[in-house]
Design a protein around this ligand. Structure first.
Ligand code: 5GP
Length: 206
């Protein structure tokens, strides 16, 4: 089996609002071995967000119909809206041997890990809570109430890092370093013996 035929890695990528997930993901996605899982959501698009690219924007009825048809790999309700990972797209990408990035919050992350124990769980953190708050306010895309809601959520989310496999820090102006750290994690995981149990068998094949 060549590496191209090997199943891709399922990467769960979480981080509190304002951790800079988007910037780090954009860096990773310049590499053809990575794909982004476009989630479905019932929240309204933010300025500049494109349907089918950032999210599949659905009504609550459409979302619930998809869940009842078993089309979501996982889903959750977060700050009053549904968010979920379309199953078929994810399976197709992994079968192609591409590494699939699931940018999801911690409840969804736990659900993925239960269904796919081989998933690699990475949490991205800003250098501190104070920096996170400043970034969130600087973004200027949310109302004060939404900002407070997301900051409150952070208190519950960040301690979940103990259940993740890796923590990566996104320091000021160093998103490229965070992306490099993730590439290193993915490289090491790809070479892990538990993912290459057939290494000896393949060695003697040729
Ligand atoms: P936002 O509204 O800022 O785009 O996303 C809010 C939160 O929902 C983020 O923590 C993001 O990671 C999470 N999220 C996005 N898509 C999904 C998904 O498909 N499933 C789950 N469980 N969470 C998601």
């Amino acid at each position: 089996m060549t590496s191209a035929e090997k199943r891709g890695l399922l990467i769960v990528f979480s981080g509190p609002a304002g951790s800079g997930k988007g910037t780090v993901l954009a860096d990773l996605l310049r590499d053809d071995s990575y794909r982004y899982s476009v989630s479905a959501t019932t929240r309204a698009p933010r300025p500049g967000e494109v349907n089918g690219k950032n999210y599949h924007f659905l009504t609550r009825e459409e979302f619930e119909a998809r869940v009842s048809r078993g089309e979501m790999l996982e889903y959750t309700e977060y700050c009053g809206n549904y968010y979920g990972t379309p199953k078929k797209e994810a399976e197709e990408v992994l079968a192609m041997g591409k590494n699939l990035l699931l940018e999801i919050e911690v409840e969804g992350a736990y659900n993925v890990k239960r269904a796919y124990p081989e998933a690699v769980m990475i949490m991205l953190l800003p250098p501190s809570y104070a920096v996170q708050e400043a970034r969130l306010r600087g973004r200027g895309t949310e109302t004060e109430q939404k900002i407070l809601e997301r900051l409150a959520r952070t208190r519950a989310e960040v301690p979940a890092v103990v259940d993740y496999d890796y923590v990566v820090y996104n320091r000021e102006g160093e998103a490229n370093q965070a992306a490099l750290d993730i590439r290193a994690i993915v490289r090491a995981e790809t070479l892990a013996v538990r993912r290459n149990a057939d290494a000896a068998e393949k060695y003697f094949e040729q």
